[in-house]
Design a protein around this ligand. Structure first.
Ligand code: GLV
Ligand code: MN
Ligand code: MN
Length: 466
């Protein structure tokens, strides 16, 4: 535990429960069944043990430079996708990639790829990265650790002239966060060919600005986006280094998490339409209060997800993260209430079940109260398993370097869940202090960021030379 910025004391009972929860969440059985994989640890044993160390000072310098863009009160970072601040962070990245001598390619949506050639220019690339956009009032590590970490890994390989066969690429994906348009992993979804035109057309921000209009104001035509899909034959692997954004690694005193699968969200915009009325003259029994209907639904979501909270049963979590009321004044009965609902699970079945219950309940509340309800799906995704073979590679490197790791699922969404559809994908987690993320207090010890980056670099070298 000494490696963490903040040491956490935990009762043995809670620690055992946490460990049990992690074990319960593991996909059963299959991990060790592949005969090709059984040879991996030996192969990794031959992987050079004298690889150079990444430059942690330079890594933290660049992470801090990105972290200052969009910083506000109490260190909160806000770089919503396509805001001036977010565009600025991408410019800084381009500058850093240029300094590192990488070949830069920017696609139509603005995903940035920086490439270092290997000895075989035709070989499929080993790609690593994440995102630079943030939530509103977020922290400085969710996303940038994966982008700057990958850049640092490739810079170290380049300047030390380490022999690599396959090309290496660092990527910054546009718009991983759903905070502005309710639409997550925009850039990586386009690269993976996973975007439905209908979902894009429905995307609108809290100010009522359509994503399609923002794109056209940036000179990005919808038809250009169809050509962004990357040919899977050009990719050997995708790696993403990320902060855990949860409390488990810190609680069990491990510095590295190796990710098995990523929980996926089902997201809905649910709008109750009642009637705005005078708050002083309208008798209680004659009201059509949309907000009270919304409140009932919010409570239903919490109760239902609590019933599905056991990991072993495919834990489901549900959140109403945003609520808009009209007219939204103290002296009027709310006539309209719009809720943004996010339901996630590692298990598709449980997620679908909960989502169905929530929609049925919204309709039943509206019927009981004789008001209107509209349910719009923002996006529905399937939980994504990551590549077992790459997991074995990172695991074997950890074993060789005597790094203690935890095999675990990810509750948060990541670009890796899209990239896994077109390439073998792996994620490396590093601890989040007190599990806090999407919050200005988000913090990870520099030594852990350095360790994760070193592991990322060694895994990239191994896979590039396989
Ligand atoms: C990404 O941060 C998510 O919402 O899971
Ligand atoms: Mn995030
Ligand atoms: Mn992230």
């Amino acid at each position: 535990m000494a490696a963490f910025g903040l040491t956490m004391k935990m009762s043995p009972v809670i620690q055992r429960r946490l460990e049990r929860a992690i074990i319960d969440s593991q996909p059963r059985g299959k991990l060790l069944n592949c005969s090709r994989m059984k040879r991996l640890p030996t192969a990794v044993a031959n992987h050079p043990s004298t690889l150079p160390a990444i430059n942690q000072r330079r890594l933290m310098r660049d992470l801090n430079a990105i972290g200052r863009i969009g910083i506000g009160d109490r260190g909160a970072v806000t770089r919503l996708v396509f805001s001036v601040k977010e565009l600025r962070s991408r410019q800084v990245l381009i500058h850093l990639m240029r300094q590192a001598g990488l070949k830069i390619n920017i696609d139509a949506i603005g995903n940035i790829f920086g490439r270092l050639e290997g000895s075989d220019a035709k070989a499929p690339a080993v790609l690593a990265g994440s995102h630079l956009d943030t939530v509103i009032h977020g922290g400085k590590y969710d996303g940038p650790v994966g982008v700057i970490g990958a850049l640092e890994a490739i810079r170290t390989i380049g300047e030390n002239k380490i022999a690599i066969r396959a090309p290496l690429e660092v990527v910054c994906f546009v718009g991983e966060e759903s905070s502005r348009f309710g639409f997550s992993t925009l850039g990586s979804s386009l690269v993976a060919g996973e975007v439905r035109a209908k979902d894009l057309a429905n995307a609108v921000d809290a100010q009522g600005t359509k994503l399609a209009d923002v794109l056209s104001s940036l000179g990005i035509a919808a038809k250009q986006l169809r050509g962004l899909t990357r040919d899977p034959k050009t990719l050997k692997a995708y790696f993403e280094l990320h902060i855990e954004q949860g409390p488990i690694l810190e609680a069990i005193g491990k510095r590295i998490g190796l990710v098995t699968s990523i929980a996926a969200p089902s997201r809905f915009r649910i709008t109750f339409t009642g009637q705005a009325d005078h708050s002083g003259t309208t008798p209680m029994e004659m009201r059509k209060d949309a907000l009270v209907a919304a409140a009932q639904l919010i409570e239903f979501i919490e109760k239902t997800c609590r019933k599905f909270s056991a990991m072993a049963k495919g834990r489901v979590v549900g959140t109403v993260g945003a609520l808009k009321i009209e007219p939204g004044v103290i002296n009027a009965v709310p006539g309209k209430a719009e809720l943004l609902v996010d339901i996630r699970s590692i298990t598709a079945q449980s997620k679908t079940r909960v989502a169905r219950l929530v929609i049925q309940e919204a309709q039943s509340i509206a019927r009981r109260r004789a008001i209107g309800v509209e349910v719009r799906t923002i996006r529905e995704e399937e939980p994504v398993p990551l590549d077992k073979r790459l997991l074995r590679v990172t695991k074997a490197i950890c074993d060789k370097k005597q790094i203690v790791y935890q095999i675990m699922p990810s509750g948060a969404g990541h670009d890796a869940m899209q990239m896994a559809k077109i390439a073998p994908a792996a994620m490396i987690f590093i601890p989040s202090q007190r599990g806090i993320s999407h919050n200005p207090l988000e913090w990870t010890a520099p030594d852990d960021i350095g360790l994760g980056t070193q592991l990322l670099m060694e895994a990239m070298i191994y896979v590039a030379n396989e």
